[in-house]
Design a protein around this ligand. Structure first.
Ligand code: SF4
Ligand code: SF4
Length: 182
């Protein structure tokens, strides 16, 4: 591909498990930030980060919501940490049909970490007082077409999941109603 090059900021949140004390402030602020209206409620089920906790063994693992997976995977992961075996897929980041994690509790729509779009710094990073979560940024050159393809894929996934949930006709009716209002 020989398209135009575009600068893209890649944001990474570095997670230091040794520093996490399991306080769950990250879940709390994420769910409040994504409430509608913003900060009107606090429901950890709405958070794009979830904390896997085993206080007896002092194990705390923050897991961020990643991409939506329309189908269950055939191969699964099972972790044992400090002698404790965790549920299948416990640390998986996907919102997928085989489990309830990372789904908006009211609509069932998939949740994905958006790095707190519009905020200078992700709020979970800001609220993590132990610095278990640290933001790192770097600049990369990518093909303009790749950025457009990624944006298009995200839009299609969102529309697919809305259509799965409410049916295609309802979505089309809602769009038709909205365009009449303009
Ligand atoms: S806010 Fe930080 S210390 Fe608290 S649970 Fe989240 S990652 Fe761990
Ligand atoms: S970066 Fe923002 S959206 Fe992502 S988990 Fe943290 S608070 Fe939630």
């Amino acid at each position: 591909m020989t398209g135009e090059k575009k600068k893209k900021i890649i944001k990474t949140i570095r997670i230091d498990l040794d520093k996490c004390n399991g306080c769950r402030s990250c879940e709390l602020i994420c769910s409040a930030f994504h409430a509608d209206p913003k900060y009107s409620s606090n429901n950890p089920a709405r958070a794009r980060i979830r904390l896997i906790r085993d206080p007896i063994r002092d194990v705390y693992v923050p897991v961020y919501a990643g991409d939506y997976a329309p189908a269950e995977c055939a191969g699964r992961d099972k972790y044992t940490i400090g002698g404790k075996e965790y549920d299948e897929c416990a640390f998986c980041r996907a919102s997928c049909p085989s489990r309830e994690e990372f789904k908006e509790p009211d609509s069932g729509l998939p949740l994905k970490c958006d790095m707190c779009e519009g905020e200078e710094e992700p709020l979970c990073v800001k609220w993590c007082l132990t610095d278990a979560l640290v933001l790192e940024e770097r600049e990369e050159e990518v093909d303009d077409e790749v950025v457009e393809e990624e944006e298009q894929e995200e839009l299609e996934l969102g529309l697919d999941s809305l259509a799965d949930k409410y049916g295609l006709q309802k979505i089309l009716d809602a769009v038709a109603r909205m365009s009449k209002k303009d």
